[in-house]
Ligand binder design. Structure first.
Ligand code: ZN
Length: 504
Protein backbone atom coordinates (compact mmCIF):
# COMPACT_ATOMS: atom_id res chain seq x y z
CA UNK A 1 0.00 0.00 0.00
CA UNK A 2 2.45 2.69 1.14
CA UNK A 3 5.13 1.34 -1.20
CA UNK A 4 3.23 2.18 -4.40
CA UNK A 5 1.93 5.56 -3.23
CA UNK A 6 3.07 8.40 -5.38
CA UNK A 7 2.28 11.21 -3.00
CA UNK A 8 5.65 12.88 -2.33
CA UNK A 9 4.70 14.20 1.13
CA UNK A 10 3.68 10.69 2.13
CA UNK A 11 6.96 9.32 0.85
CA UNK A 12 8.80 11.89 2.98
CA UNK A 13 6.75 11.00 6.04
CA UNK A 14 7.24 7.21 5.81
CA UNK A 15 10.88 7.06 7.02
CA UNK A 16 9.98 9.38 9.90
CA UNK A 17 7.07 7.17 10.95
CA UNK A 18 9.40 4.14 10.79
CA UNK A 19 11.82 5.96 13.03
CA UNK A 20 9.04 6.61 15.60
CA UNK A 21 8.19 2.91 15.55
CA UNK A 22 11.86 1.98 16.03
CA UNK A 23 12.28 4.36 18.94
CA UNK A 24 9.07 3.13 20.51
CA UNK A 25 10.29 -0.48 20.06
CA UNK A 26 13.47 0.38 21.93
CA UNK A 27 11.49 2.10 24.70
CA UNK A 28 9.13 -0.88 24.93
CA UNK A 29 11.99 -3.31 25.25
CA UNK A 30 13.62 -1.19 27.95
CA UNK A 31 10.35 -1.04 29.90
CA UNK A 32 9.81 -4.81 29.55
CA UNK A 33 13.36 -5.46 30.73
CA UNK A 34 12.90 -3.09 33.66
CA UNK A 35 9.80 -4.98 34.82
CA UNK A 36 11.05 -8.53 34.14
CA UNK A 37 14.86 -8.82 34.09
CA UNK A 38 16.69 -5.73 35.32
CA UNK A 39 18.64 -5.97 38.60
CA UNK A 40 17.52 -3.31 41.13
CA UNK A 41 20.80 -1.42 40.96
CA UNK A 42 20.20 -0.74 37.26
CA UNK A 43 17.21 1.50 38.02
CA UNK A 44 18.90 4.91 38.08
CA UNK A 45 20.80 4.43 34.81
CA UNK A 46 17.72 2.93 33.17
CA UNK A 47 15.60 5.95 34.11
CA UNK A 48 18.18 8.21 32.45
CA UNK A 49 18.35 6.10 29.30
CA UNK A 50 14.57 6.18 29.01
CA UNK A 51 14.43 9.94 29.57
CA UNK A 52 17.07 10.47 26.87
CA UNK A 53 15.17 8.36 24.35
CA UNK A 54 11.86 10.05 25.23
CA UNK A 55 13.45 13.45 24.69
CA UNK A 56 14.64 12.29 21.24
CA UNK A 57 11.13 11.08 20.37
CA UNK A 58 9.67 14.40 21.52
CA UNK A 59 12.15 16.45 19.50
CA UNK A 60 11.57 14.36 16.35
CA UNK A 61 7.80 14.47 16.75
CA UNK A 62 7.61 18.23 17.26
CA UNK A 63 9.84 19.01 14.25
CA UNK A 64 7.91 21.69 12.30
CA UNK A 65 8.44 19.70 9.11
CA UNK A 66 6.12 17.02 10.50
CA UNK A 67 3.46 19.70 10.90
CA UNK A 68 3.98 20.87 7.30
CA UNK A 69 3.81 17.33 5.90
CA UNK A 70 0.65 16.64 7.88
CA UNK A 71 -0.99 19.79 6.52
CA UNK A 72 -0.14 18.82 2.94
CA UNK A 73 -1.43 15.29 3.47
CA UNK A 74 -4.64 16.44 5.12
CA UNK A 75 -5.68 18.10 1.87
CA UNK A 76 -4.37 15.30 -0.38
CA UNK A 77 -6.96 13.32 -2.34
CA UNK A 78 -4.79 10.38 -3.41
CA UNK A 79 -4.32 8.58 -0.07
CA UNK A 80 -5.87 5.21 0.72
CA UNK A 81 -7.81 4.44 3.90
CA UNK A 82 -4.82 3.30 5.97
CA UNK A 83 -2.74 6.28 4.89
CA UNK A 84 -5.54 8.69 5.82
CA UNK A 85 -5.95 6.97 9.19
CA UNK A 86 -2.19 7.19 9.81
CA UNK A 87 -2.24 10.92 9.05
CA UNK A 88 -5.13 11.39 11.48
CA UNK A 89 -3.39 9.41 14.26
CA UNK A 90 -0.07 11.19 13.78
CA UNK A 91 -1.89 14.55 13.83
CA UNK A 92 -3.27 13.73 17.29
CA UNK A 93 0.22 12.84 18.56
CA UNK A 94 1.74 15.92 16.95
CA UNK A 95 -0.89 18.26 18.41
CA UNK A 96 -0.55 16.76 21.88
CA UNK A 97 3.24 17.07 21.74
CA UNK A 98 3.26 20.64 20.44
CA UNK A 99 0.39 22.18 22.40
CA UNK A 100 1.74 21.51 25.89
CA UNK A 101 4.66 23.87 26.64
CA UNK A 102 8.04 22.38 27.55
CA UNK A 103 7.87 24.01 31.01
CA UNK A 104 4.60 22.23 31.79
CA UNK A 105 5.86 18.87 30.49
CA UNK A 106 8.83 19.09 32.84
CA UNK A 107 6.70 20.27 35.78
CA UNK A 108 4.31 17.36 35.25
CA UNK A 109 7.12 14.78 35.09
CA UNK A 110 8.61 16.17 38.29
CA UNK A 111 5.23 16.31 40.08
CA UNK A 112 4.45 12.70 39.08
CA UNK A 113 7.81 11.51 40.41
CA UNK A 114 7.28 13.25 43.74
CA UNK A 115 3.62 12.27 44.06
CA UNK A 116 4.41 8.62 43.34
CA UNK A 117 7.18 8.68 45.97
CA UNK A 118 4.80 10.30 48.49
CA UNK A 119 2.13 7.71 47.68
CA UNK A 120 4.57 4.85 48.40
CA UNK A 121 5.10 6.40 51.85
CA UNK A 122 1.51 7.47 52.55
CA UNK A 123 -0.11 4.09 51.87
CA UNK A 124 1.87 1.97 54.38
CA UNK A 125 1.67 4.85 56.90
CA UNK A 126 -2.12 5.03 56.34
CA UNK A 127 -1.77 8.82 56.19
CA UNK A 128 -3.47 10.78 53.38
CA UNK A 129 -1.86 14.04 54.55
CA UNK A 130 1.54 12.83 53.25
CA UNK A 131 0.05 12.46 49.77
CA UNK A 132 -2.40 15.39 49.74
CA UNK A 133 -0.10 18.31 48.78
CA UNK A 134 1.42 16.25 45.96
CA UNK A 135 -1.95 15.18 44.65
CA UNK A 136 -3.09 18.81 44.75
CA UNK A 137 -0.05 19.78 42.69
CA UNK A 138 -0.75 17.01 40.15
CA UNK A 139 -4.40 18.07 39.83
CA UNK A 140 -3.46 21.75 39.39
CA UNK A 141 -0.97 20.85 36.66
CA UNK A 142 -3.41 18.49 34.94
CA UNK A 143 -5.96 21.34 34.85
CA UNK A 144 -3.29 23.45 33.14
CA UNK A 145 -2.49 20.62 30.76
CA UNK A 146 -6.16 20.22 29.83
CA UNK A 147 -6.38 23.95 29.08
CA UNK A 148 -3.23 23.81 26.95
CA UNK A 149 -4.59 20.84 24.97
CA UNK A 150 -7.96 22.54 24.58
CA UNK A 151 -11.46 21.24 25.24
CA UNK A 152 -15.03 21.99 24.25
CA UNK A 153 -17.60 20.93 26.82
CA UNK A 154 -15.37 20.40 29.87
CA UNK A 155 -11.76 20.05 31.01
CA UNK A 156 -11.95 16.37 31.87
CA UNK A 157 -12.57 15.57 28.19
CA UNK A 158 -9.02 16.67 27.31
CA UNK A 159 -7.57 14.23 29.87
CA UNK A 160 -9.89 11.39 28.91
CA UNK A 161 -8.72 11.86 25.34
CA UNK A 162 -5.22 10.58 26.24
CA UNK A 163 -6.67 7.14 26.88
CA UNK A 164 -10.02 7.07 25.10
CA UNK A 165 -9.89 9.30 22.02
CA UNK A 166 -13.29 10.64 21.05
CA UNK A 167 -15.06 9.78 24.31
CA UNK A 168 -16.48 12.56 26.51
CA UNK A 169 -17.39 12.90 30.17
CA UNK A 170 -20.99 13.68 29.22
CA UNK A 171 -21.29 10.38 27.32
CA UNK A 172 -19.65 8.51 30.17
CA UNK A 173 -22.04 10.14 32.68
CA UNK A 174 -24.91 8.53 30.78
CA UNK A 175 -23.21 5.16 30.35
CA UNK A 176 -22.22 4.92 34.04
CA UNK A 177 -25.68 6.01 35.21
CA UNK A 178 -27.25 3.19 33.20
CA UNK A 179 -24.61 0.71 34.38
CA UNK A 180 -24.88 1.59 38.08
CA UNK A 181 -28.70 1.64 38.03
CA UNK A 182 -28.73 -1.81 36.53
CA UNK A 183 -25.99 -3.24 38.75
CA UNK A 184 -27.07 -2.07 42.20
CA UNK A 185 -30.22 -4.21 42.58
CA UNK A 186 -28.45 -7.24 41.08
CA UNK A 187 -25.47 -6.89 43.39
CA UNK A 188 -27.69 -6.40 46.45
CA UNK A 189 -29.59 -9.56 45.56
CA UNK A 190 -26.44 -11.60 44.93
CA UNK A 191 -24.66 -10.36 48.05
CA UNK A 192 -27.67 -11.46 50.10
CA UNK A 193 -26.84 -15.03 49.10
CA UNK A 194 -23.04 -15.31 49.06
CA UNK A 195 -21.22 -17.75 51.26
CA UNK A 196 -17.61 -17.84 52.48
CA UNK A 197 -14.82 -17.99 49.97
CA UNK A 198 -14.16 -21.66 49.05
CA UNK A 199 -10.96 -22.81 50.73
CA UNK A 200 -9.39 -24.32 47.58
CA UNK A 201 -9.00 -20.77 46.25
CA UNK A 202 -6.45 -20.11 48.99
CA UNK A 203 -4.46 -23.34 48.97
CA UNK A 204 -0.73 -23.28 48.15
CA UNK A 205 0.21 -24.13 44.54
CA UNK A 206 3.77 -24.65 43.30
CA UNK A 207 4.93 -21.54 41.39
CA UNK A 208 6.94 -23.42 38.75
CA UNK A 209 4.01 -25.65 37.85
CA UNK A 210 1.71 -22.59 37.69
CA UNK A 211 4.01 -21.05 35.10
CA UNK A 212 4.24 -24.31 33.12
CA UNK A 213 0.47 -24.53 33.06
CA UNK A 214 0.12 -20.89 31.94
CA UNK A 215 2.66 -21.49 29.16
CA UNK A 216 0.55 -24.34 27.86
CA UNK A 217 -2.72 -22.43 28.25
CA UNK A 218 -1.74 -19.20 26.45
CA UNK A 219 -0.53 -21.17 23.44
CA UNK A 220 -3.67 -23.30 23.50
CA UNK A 221 -5.71 -20.06 23.22
CA UNK A 222 -3.90 -19.13 20.01
CA UNK A 223 -1.01 -16.98 21.26
CA UNK A 224 1.95 -17.41 18.90
CA UNK A 225 4.96 -18.36 21.05
CA UNK A 226 7.21 -17.92 18.02
CA UNK A 227 6.32 -14.23 18.14
CA UNK A 228 6.20 -13.73 21.89
CA UNK A 229 7.04 -15.09 25.31
CA UNK A 230 5.53 -15.42 28.75
CA UNK A 231 7.43 -14.35 31.85
CA UNK A 232 6.72 -13.50 35.47
CA UNK A 233 6.25 -9.99 36.86
CA UNK A 234 4.44 -8.74 39.98
CA UNK A 235 2.01 -6.68 37.85
CA UNK A 236 1.11 -8.65 34.72
CA UNK A 237 1.27 -6.73 31.44
CA UNK A 238 1.62 -7.11 27.69
CA UNK A 239 4.29 -5.26 25.76
CA UNK A 240 4.56 -4.98 22.00
CA UNK A 241 8.17 -4.60 20.95
CA UNK A 242 7.38 -5.10 17.27
CA UNK A 243 4.80 -6.96 15.16
CA UNK A 244 6.80 -10.18 15.53
CA UNK A 245 7.58 -9.68 19.21
CA UNK A 246 4.55 -9.31 21.50
CA UNK A 247 5.44 -10.30 25.06
CA UNK A 248 3.22 -10.97 28.03
CA UNK A 249 3.72 -11.64 31.72
CA UNK A 250 1.70 -13.24 34.47
CA UNK A 251 2.21 -13.47 38.22
CA UNK A 252 2.32 -16.46 40.51
CA UNK A 253 1.06 -16.33 44.06
CA UNK A 254 2.00 -18.73 46.85
CA UNK A 255 -1.64 -19.01 47.86
CA UNK A 256 -4.20 -19.63 45.18
CA UNK A 257 -4.19 -20.46 41.52
CA UNK A 258 -6.72 -18.17 39.90
CA UNK A 259 -4.35 -15.17 40.18
CA UNK A 260 -1.87 -16.65 37.72
CA UNK A 261 -4.29 -18.51 35.43
CA UNK A 262 -6.75 -15.64 34.98
CA UNK A 263 -4.02 -13.02 34.66
CA UNK A 264 -2.54 -15.18 31.88
CA UNK A 265 -5.91 -15.45 30.10
CA UNK A 266 -6.41 -11.67 30.49
CA UNK A 267 -3.00 -10.79 29.09
CA UNK A 268 -3.45 -13.31 26.29
CA UNK A 269 -6.51 -11.30 25.23
CA UNK A 270 -4.28 -8.21 24.95
CA UNK A 271 -1.53 -10.17 23.22
CA UNK A 272 -3.84 -11.85 20.66
CA UNK A 273 -5.08 -8.38 19.73
CA UNK A 274 -1.54 -7.13 19.18
CA UNK A 275 -0.57 -10.26 17.25
CA UNK A 276 -3.67 -9.80 15.09
CA UNK A 277 -2.79 -6.33 13.84
CA UNK A 278 -1.92 -6.76 10.15
CA UNK A 279 1.74 -6.94 9.22
CA UNK A 280 1.45 -4.25 6.54
CA UNK A 281 0.32 -1.70 9.15
CA UNK A 282 3.30 -2.51 11.35
CA UNK A 283 5.35 0.61 10.68
CA UNK A 284 2.43 3.02 10.47
CA UNK A 285 0.50 4.91 13.15
CA UNK A 286 -2.71 3.11 12.02
CA UNK A 287 -1.16 -0.16 13.24
CA UNK A 288 -2.33 0.20 16.83
CA UNK A 289 -5.44 -0.21 18.97
CA UNK A 290 -7.70 2.87 18.95
CA UNK A 291 -8.07 3.14 22.72
CA UNK A 292 -7.37 1.57 26.09
CA UNK A 293 -10.99 0.45 26.47
CA UNK A 294 -10.90 -1.29 23.10
CA UNK A 295 -7.74 -3.08 24.22
CA UNK A 296 -9.31 -3.93 27.54
CA UNK A 297 -12.39 -5.30 25.77
CA UNK A 298 -10.21 -8.06 24.33
CA UNK A 299 -8.51 -9.00 27.61
CA UNK A 300 -11.77 -8.90 29.57
CA UNK A 301 -13.66 -10.97 27.03
CA UNK A 302 -11.09 -13.77 27.13
CA UNK A 303 -10.81 -13.57 30.90
CA UNK A 304 -14.52 -13.34 31.73
CA UNK A 305 -16.89 -14.23 28.89
CA UNK A 306 -14.62 -17.11 27.85
CA UNK A 307 -12.36 -17.99 30.80
CA UNK A 308 -14.95 -17.75 33.58
CA UNK A 309 -17.81 -19.31 31.61
CA UNK A 310 -19.31 -22.58 32.77
CA UNK A 311 -18.43 -24.12 29.43
CA UNK A 312 -14.76 -23.19 29.42
CA UNK A 313 -14.21 -24.01 33.11
CA UNK A 314 -15.53 -27.51 32.28
CA UNK A 315 -12.59 -27.82 29.89
CA UNK A 316 -10.08 -26.10 32.16
CA UNK A 317 -10.55 -28.07 35.39
CA UNK A 318 -9.43 -31.53 34.16
CA UNK A 319 -6.30 -29.92 32.64
CA UNK A 320 -5.57 -28.19 35.93
CA UNK A 321 -6.07 -31.48 37.75
CA UNK A 322 -3.43 -33.07 35.50
CA UNK A 323 -0.94 -30.56 36.90
CA UNK A 324 -2.31 -30.19 40.45
CA UNK A 325 -3.88 -33.55 41.24
CA UNK A 326 -3.27 -33.37 45.02
CA UNK A 327 -4.54 -29.84 45.36
CA UNK A 328 -7.64 -30.09 43.12
CA UNK A 329 -8.37 -33.83 42.99
CA UNK A 330 -11.68 -33.62 44.85
CA UNK A 331 -13.02 -30.47 43.21
CA UNK A 332 -16.22 -30.79 41.11
CA UNK A 333 -16.79 -28.74 37.93
CA UNK A 334 -19.58 -26.87 39.72
CA UNK A 335 -17.31 -26.02 42.70
CA UNK A 336 -14.64 -24.78 40.34
CA UNK A 337 -17.07 -22.64 38.33
CA UNK A 338 -18.51 -21.13 41.52
CA UNK A 339 -15.03 -20.57 42.96
CA UNK A 340 -13.70 -18.57 40.02
CA UNK A 341 -16.91 -16.50 40.02
CA UNK A 342 -17.13 -15.93 43.76
CA UNK A 343 -18.74 -12.56 44.56
CA UNK A 344 -18.00 -10.60 47.72
CA UNK A 345 -18.15 -7.05 49.00
CA UNK A 346 -14.64 -5.63 49.10
CA UNK A 347 -13.23 -2.16 49.68
CA UNK A 348 -10.35 -2.91 47.30
CA UNK A 349 -10.79 -2.63 43.54
CA UNK A 350 -8.10 -5.13 42.57
CA UNK A 351 -9.75 -7.78 44.76
CA UNK A 352 -13.16 -7.16 43.25
CA UNK A 353 -14.98 -9.81 41.22
CA UNK A 354 -16.43 -9.37 37.75
CA UNK A 355 -19.81 -8.26 39.11
CA UNK A 356 -18.86 -5.61 41.69
CA UNK A 357 -15.77 -4.33 39.83
CA UNK A 358 -17.65 -1.73 37.82
CA UNK A 359 -18.98 -0.01 40.95
CA UNK A 360 -15.38 0.60 42.07
CA UNK A 361 -14.73 2.23 38.72
CA UNK A 362 -17.94 4.27 38.93
CA UNK A 363 -16.76 5.72 42.27
CA UNK A 364 -13.45 6.81 40.74
CA UNK A 365 -15.11 8.31 37.66
CA UNK A 366 -17.51 10.28 39.86
CA UNK A 367 -14.64 11.65 41.98
CA UNK A 368 -12.38 12.48 39.02
CA UNK A 369 -15.07 14.41 37.17
CA UNK A 370 -16.01 16.28 40.37
CA UNK A 371 -12.32 17.24 40.81
CA UNK A 372 -12.14 18.64 37.29
CA UNK A 373 -15.55 20.32 37.44
CA UNK A 374 -14.30 22.22 40.50
CA UNK A 375 -16.82 20.51 42.81
CA UNK A 376 -14.12 18.85 44.92
CA UNK A 377 -10.55 19.67 45.95
CA UNK A 378 -7.76 17.22 46.81
CA UNK A 379 -8.34 17.83 50.53
CA UNK A 380 -11.98 16.64 50.20
CA UNK A 381 -11.00 13.27 48.77
CA UNK A 382 -10.86 10.99 51.85
CA UNK A 383 -14.38 12.05 52.91
CA UNK A 384 -15.77 11.93 49.39
CA UNK A 385 -14.22 8.49 48.82
CA UNK A 386 -15.65 6.92 51.97
CA UNK A 387 -19.06 8.45 51.32
CA UNK A 388 -19.12 7.15 47.74
CA UNK A 389 -18.08 3.64 48.84
CA UNK A 390 -20.86 3.55 51.42
CA UNK A 391 -23.41 4.79 48.93
CA UNK A 392 -22.38 2.63 45.97
CA UNK A 393 -20.79 -0.50 47.44
CA UNK A 394 -22.32 -0.29 50.94
CA UNK A 395 -18.96 -0.74 52.60
CA UNK A 396 -16.90 1.80 54.54
CA UNK A 397 -13.17 1.40 53.86
CA UNK A 398 -11.47 0.44 57.16
CA UNK A 399 -8.71 3.03 56.67
CA UNK A 400 -7.20 5.37 54.09
CA UNK A 401 -4.65 2.87 52.84
CA UNK A 402 -7.44 0.48 51.79
CA UNK A 403 -9.58 3.46 50.79
CA UNK A 404 -8.57 6.58 48.94
CA UNK A 405 -4.87 5.57 48.90
CA UNK A 406 -5.31 2.13 47.30
CA UNK A 407 -4.49 3.01 43.67
CA UNK A 408 -1.29 4.48 42.29
CA UNK A 409 -2.92 5.89 39.11
CA UNK A 410 -3.52 9.46 40.29
CA UNK A 411 0.05 9.87 41.53
CA UNK A 412 1.24 9.19 37.98
CA UNK A 413 -1.24 11.65 36.50
CA UNK A 414 -3.42 8.82 35.16
CA UNK A 415 -6.61 10.85 35.36
CA UNK A 416 -9.23 9.66 32.88
CA UNK A 417 -7.73 6.16 32.92
CA UNK A 418 -10.15 4.37 35.29
CA UNK A 419 -13.31 4.69 33.17
CA UNK A 420 -11.60 2.70 30.40
CA UNK A 421 -11.76 -0.41 32.61
CA UNK A 422 -15.56 -0.37 32.72
CA UNK A 423 -15.87 0.78 29.15
CA UNK A 424 -13.69 -2.21 28.27
CA UNK A 425 -16.19 -4.49 30.05
CA UNK A 426 -19.03 -2.83 28.18
CA UNK A 427 -17.36 -3.29 24.79
CA UNK A 428 -16.41 -6.87 25.70
CA UNK A 429 -20.01 -7.85 26.43
CA UNK A 430 -21.30 -6.11 23.31
CA UNK A 431 -18.71 -7.78 21.07
CA UNK A 432 -19.23 -11.21 22.61
CA UNK A 433 -23.00 -10.95 22.12
CA UNK A 434 -22.39 -9.96 18.50
CA UNK A 435 -19.95 -12.83 17.98
CA UNK A 436 -22.59 -15.28 19.26
CA UNK A 437 -25.13 -13.69 16.92
CA UNK A 438 -22.84 -14.39 13.99
CA UNK A 439 -21.36 -17.73 15.08
CA UNK A 440 -24.21 -19.28 17.02
CA UNK A 441 -23.88 -20.69 20.51
CA UNK A 442 -20.22 -21.18 21.47
CA UNK A 443 -20.74 -23.32 24.58
CA UNK A 444 -20.23 -26.70 22.92
CA UNK A 445 -16.87 -25.71 21.50
CA UNK A 446 -15.78 -23.87 24.67
CA UNK A 447 -16.46 -27.08 26.61
CA UNK A 448 -13.83 -28.71 24.40
CA UNK A 449 -11.48 -25.75 24.86
CA UNK A 450 -11.99 -24.86 21.22
CA UNK A 451 -11.67 -21.08 20.72
CA UNK A 452 -10.43 -20.75 17.15
CA UNK A 453 -13.75 -19.69 15.60
CA UNK A 454 -14.10 -16.89 18.15
CA UNK A 455 -10.51 -15.78 17.57
CA UNK A 456 -11.06 -15.76 13.80
CA UNK A 457 -14.15 -13.58 14.30
CA UNK A 458 -12.20 -11.14 16.52
CA UNK A 459 -9.36 -11.04 13.99
CA UNK A 460 -11.75 -10.20 11.19
CA UNK A 461 -13.98 -7.66 12.93
CA UNK A 462 -11.65 -5.99 15.44
CA UNK A 463 -7.94 -6.87 15.31
CA UNK A 464 -7.50 -6.35 11.57
CA UNK A 465 -9.19 -2.92 11.79
CA UNK A 466 -6.47 -1.60 14.13
CA UNK A 467 -6.82 2.21 14.34
CA UNK A 468 -8.82 2.77 11.16
CA UNK A 469 -11.65 4.16 13.30
CA UNK A 470 -11.94 5.64 16.76
CA UNK A 471 -13.06 3.09 19.35
CA UNK A 472 -16.65 4.32 19.50
CA UNK A 473 -17.01 4.15 15.74
CA UNK A 474 -15.39 0.73 15.47
CA UNK A 475 -17.74 -0.57 18.18
CA UNK A 476 -20.72 0.90 16.37
CA UNK A 477 -19.61 -0.74 13.11
CA UNK A 478 -19.20 -4.10 14.82
CA UNK A 479 -22.39 -4.08 16.88
CA UNK A 480 -24.58 -1.90 14.69
CA UNK A 481 -25.58 0.47 17.49
CA UNK A 482 -24.30 3.08 19.94
CA UNK A 483 -22.34 2.15 23.07
CA UNK A 484 -24.64 1.32 25.96
CA UNK A 485 -24.32 -0.74 29.14
CA UNK A 486 -27.25 -2.98 28.13
CA UNK A 487 -25.29 -5.99 26.73
CA UNK A 488 -23.06 -6.07 29.83
CA UNK A 489 -26.08 -5.87 32.15
CA UNK A 490 -27.87 -8.64 30.23
CA UNK A 491 -24.81 -10.85 30.43
CA UNK A 492 -24.28 -10.26 34.18
CA UNK A 493 -27.98 -10.73 35.00
CA UNK A 494 -28.11 -14.02 33.17
CA UNK A 495 -24.86 -15.40 34.54
CA UNK A 496 -25.16 -14.32 38.18
CA UNK A 497 -28.92 -14.81 38.26
CA UNK A 498 -28.37 -18.48 37.48
CA UNK A 499 -25.29 -18.80 39.70
CA UNK A 500 -26.87 -17.28 42.80
CA UNK A 501 -30.48 -18.15 42.01
CA UNK A 502 -31.75 -14.59 42.01
CA UNK A 503 -33.85 -12.79 39.45
CA UNK A 504 -33.63 -9.03 39.04
ZN1 ZN B 1 -5.79 -5.34 30.81
Amino acid sequence: MSESAANPSWNKLVPRMREFKDLSSALGLLAWDQAVMMPPKGAAARARTQATLEAIVHARLTDPEIGELLEELESATDLDQDQRASVRVLRRDYDKATKVPERLVRALAEAHGRAYQAWTEARPADDFSIFEPHLKRVVDLKREEADALGWEAERYDALLDHFEPGMTAAELDKIFAELVDGLEPLIDAVLGRVTDEPDWLLRPFDAGRQLDFCNWLVEHLGYDMGAGRLDISPHPFTMTVSRGDVRQTTRTEKQGLSGSVYAAIHETGHALYEQGIPEHMGDLPVGAAPSLALHESQSRMWENQVGRSRAFTTFLLPRLKDTFSDELGMLSPDDFYRGVNHVRRSAIRVHADELTYNLHVAVRFEIETALFRGELEASDLPGAWDEAYERRIRIRPPNASDGVLQDMHWSMGGIGYFPTYSLGNIYAAAFFAEAKNDLGDLDEELKRGETSRLLKWLREHIHSQAYRYEAKELAQRVTGGPVTAAPLLDYLREKYGELYEVSV
